[in-house]
Design a protein around this ligand. Structure first.
Ligand SMILES: Nc1nc2c(ncn2[C@@H]2O[C@H](COP(=O)(O)OP(=O)(O)O)[C@@H](O)[C@H]2O)c(=O)[nH]1
Ligand SMILES: [Mg+2]
Ligand SMILES: [Zn+2]
Length: 309
């Protein structure tokens, strides 16, 4: 009997177990990855991630297809190894809240920079609108947030799971975009959003039938959920230690779209945009075309990246 190589997408990843389905068909089956394959992706702690398109045969992954992109985080704060959260992502939705909890802005900028460096399209969801609109200060912060990030070239969509605002528009976007990843710090509403998009999904307990579950207490894992009517969703447990990986300090400004746009006008090339005379980025900040908040994040990243080298 000749072995057939099947092709499918990894839809679930625990510490050591994978499920694969021939998307868009939803029919997950368990597979394993052999050690040889595991070692192939050096530099990352997990050479196979959800969203990866793999070949498999006899319940064993035999090859991982080249990725169009991936979302990564540092596996630990001091490690240069990274952990791949998901591969082949069509849209990373960065969920942000201005209160309860207040997302730290440098975290937002790190996430945006990393996505750009790894070719992941990203859009921002500003959730928990109900908490801002009766508070003058928070509403001012909301307006500032829109102006900073839209000014930098990003899409920012207001959302409120509590009253359903923005959910239908997001559902349509998710159906047409393909594979969506929801990310953001713990408590911003990622799991609630997925549940609002499709009440039949249960991000707390997972989408794959219980007959495959080894025990109730599985370790942190990533999983793809099929959205009713089309599209696929990935929830992420709060990402701590999310930082830039493998980006040279000289390159960081290339991943700030508003800085990239003007950097060819800097007198020095390359220019770190920190102290050089006749720097177009510094001029942009002074003249208000580049936000001071974003520029501060940039300086923070330069500083921090230096420490890892
Ligand atoms: N006020 C308000 N609370 C929300 C909204 N969306 C989610 N929450 C609450 O925020 C908390 C965290 O939500 P969860 O989905 O677990 O966040 P996750 O950690 O990002 O997955 C829960 O208590 C939700 O009920 C919203 O639009 N408004
Ligand atoms: Mg959650
Ligand atoms: Zn410059």
């Amino acid at each position: 009997m000749t072995k057939v190589n099947l092709k499918g997408t990894v839809v679930r990843h625990t510490g050591s177990h994978y499920f694969v389905s021939p998307l868009p068909l939803w029919n997950p089956e368990p597979v394993v990855a052999r050690g040889r394959l595991r070692l192939a992706g050096s530099g990352s702690t997990n050479p196979v991630a959800v969203g990866d398109i793999v070949e498999y045969s006899d319940g064993t992954i035999t090859a991982v297809m080249p990725r169009k992109n991936c979302v990564v985080r540092r596996s630990t704060n001091l490690s240069r190894q990274n952990h791949i959260i998901a591969a082949n992502v069509d849209c990373a939705w960065l969920v942000v809240t201005l209160a309860d909890p207040q997302t730290k802005w440098p975290f937002i900028d790190r996430f945006l920079v990393t996505c750009r460096a790894y070719d992941v399209p990203v859009r921002i969801l500003l959730n928990k609108m109900d908490l801002y609109e009766n508070d003058e200060n928070l509403m001012a912060l909301h307006d500032l947030f829109h102006s900073i990030y839209e000014g930098a070239g990003y899409t920012v969509m207001d959302l409120c799971v509590n009253d359903g605002r923005g959910i239908e528009r997001l559902r349509q976007e998710c159906r047409s975009v393909g594979l969506s990843l929801f990310s953001g710090v713990s408590g911003v509403g990622k799991s609630s959003i997925i549940k609002a998009l499709d009440p039949s999904l249960n991000p707390k307990t997972g989408g794959i039938s219980d007959k495959y579950r080894q025990g109730r207490h599985t370790t942190t894992f990533y999983e793809i959920y099929p959205l009713q009517g089309g599209g696929f969703l990935i929830d992420t447990p709060g990402i701590r230690g999310f930082g830039i990986v493998d980006i040279d300090p000289e390159e960081i400004s290339n991943y700030f779209p508003e800085m990239l746009k003007v950097s060819h006008e800097c007198r020095y090339k390359p220019c770190t945009h920190t102290h050089e005379p006749d720097c177009a980025v510094i001029r942009g900040v002074e003249e208000g075309r580049i936000s001071y908040e974003r520029y501060s994040s940039y300086l923070g990243m330069l500083d921090e990246e230096g420490k890892y080298r």
